[in-house]
Design a protein around this ligand. Structure first.
Ligand SMILES: Cc1ncc(COP(=O)(O)O)c(C=O)c1O
Ligand SMILES: [Zn+2]
Length: 402
């Protein structure tokens, strides 16, 4: 389809095309999720300039004022010691914890908050397991917008809550889980007069796809596999969109296979994929230590299943124990501190590697989505500690300890 006048919003279910406007969140015809689609001419004249997310502005929605904190351009680190322990010789981590608010959400938020200004929004809102609210609060502050966050009471990591409070968001605690918090926001968004910045917002996905461009540029090639933790499943879908667009633009000649990792207690997408089912079964009471992916009714399940299948990828579930093990391994073998959800891809790789899924020489990128400092409530396994008085010899005391 050719759009004459810039990008359009296309329904991923019924294909209906919509003109972008501020109140529009889902398809006016069928309620399906919308995706930003560009005229073909855009892919004929792609050029990358500058740094971070806006380096890729030639394949991003057009904005009037850019609300930026210098997001993107995160480290792509070859992790040889960790790789060796997993039998993977070409393993990389894309460390999204290095974004301004400590998670990949900033990539989407810089675009979506810039769009909120274009649509003349005064207030923005989201329901969140924590990172979306942390990011939205910061970008709203930067843009001079009011922000309201709907949080599942008792299940948000303390660092993330602190971020939303620090940036001046109004906090609404919903006595329920994330899925219930989101439902509450969506059913009252018009009364509240807010522009919703959850990942149902199609512009979030546009910003998040830029991680694919950075991975491709950083490696100078398309990796064989890219591994994502999966909650609402927008991020893995956005990565897949990014890799497809690189091919469409004639830059890359292949696409990677996508791997989605879910926690055992919150794994509707992985289970549907592994059983070969067309639809997911929602999880009423999702449970996992990785609160960022504690989602039972993932919004983007359809496009995530499609990404896994179209890319000939796979899905895997991991236990909380495996996630915490991966968190410690990343921190101790590589110096990269991730929150539990961010470490889940490494846990997934460990599981798949044990099952003999890999040959060992594939180029694999694990997208480590959030910083470990966000979640100081997680119990890290035993560590060496020494208590001494001033004047005592620490070397002597250490010899006794070790
Ligand atoms: C650190 C972290 N990892 C992974 C995810 C999951 O992303 P998505 O919901 O797009 O699947 C989230 C979402 O909150 C997150 O905060
Ligand atoms: Zn539709």
């Amino acid at each position: 389809m050719e759009y004459q006048d810039g990008e359009a919003l296309v329904c991923m279910d019924c294909g209906a095309t919509h003109e972008p406007e501020g109140g529009l969140l889902v398809c006016g015809k069928c309620g399906g999720l919308l995706e930003v689609a560009y005229p073909r001419s855009v892919f004929r004249s792609v050029s990358f300039n500058g740094r971070g997310v806006w380096r890729y502005r030639s394949i991003l929605p057009r904005v009037e004022r850019t609300v930026t904190l210098g997001e993107g351009d995160t480290p792509l680190v070859k992790v040889e010691r960790l790789g060796e322990s997993l039998g993977l010789r070409n393993l990389y981590v894309k460390f999204e914890g290095a974004n301004p608010t400590g998670s990949f959400k900033d990539r989407g938020m810089t675009v979506a908050v810039s769009i909120a200004l274009k649509f003349h929004a005064r207030s923005v809102a989201c329901a969140s397991t924590g990172n979306t609210s942390a990011s939205m609060s910061a970008y709203a502050a930067r843009a001079g917008l009011r922000s309201i966050v709907f949080l599942p009471d008792g299940y948000v990591a303390p660092g993330k809550l602190l971020q939303a409070v620090a940036h001046g968001s109004t906090i609404v605690r919903v006595r329920g889980n994330f899925d219930e918090a989101l439902k509450t926001l969506l059913s009252h968004r018009e009364e509240l007069g807010v522009y919703v910045l959850n990942s149902v917002n199609p512009y979030r996905v546009e910003g998040q796809k830029t991680v694919a461009f950075e991975i491709w540029e950083g490696l100078n090639r398309t990796p064989d596999f890219v591994v994502y933790p999966v909650g609402n499943a927008a991020n893995i879908s956005s990565g897949w969109k990014g890799f497809k667009e690189l091919v469409e633009a004639g830059l890359a000649d292949s696409k990677p296979r996508m791997i989605g990792v879910q926690a055992e207690g919150a794994a509707p997408i992985a289970k549907a994929f592994l059983r070969g089912e067309e639809a997911i079964e929602t999880v009423e009471k999702p449970e996992t230590v990785a609160t960022a992916i504690r989602i039972g009714r993932p919004f983007s399940w359809k496009r995530a299943l499609k990404a896994l299948r179209d890319s000939r990828g796979t899905a895997v579930t991991v236990s909380d124990g495996e996630i915490l093990r991966a968190q410690v391994d990343l921190a101790r073998m590589e110096g990269l501190f991730a929150e539990p959800a961010g470490a889940a891809p490494v846990a997934g790789l460990a599981r798949l590697s044990k099952q003999g899924f890999f040959k060992g020489d594939e180029t694999i990128v694990a997208v480590v989505t959030g910083h470990g400092l966000k979640d100081p409530s997680v119990n890290i396994e035993p560590y060496a500690e020494l208590i001494i008085h001033p004047g005592e010899n620490p070397a002597e005391a250490l010899r006794k300890l070790l």
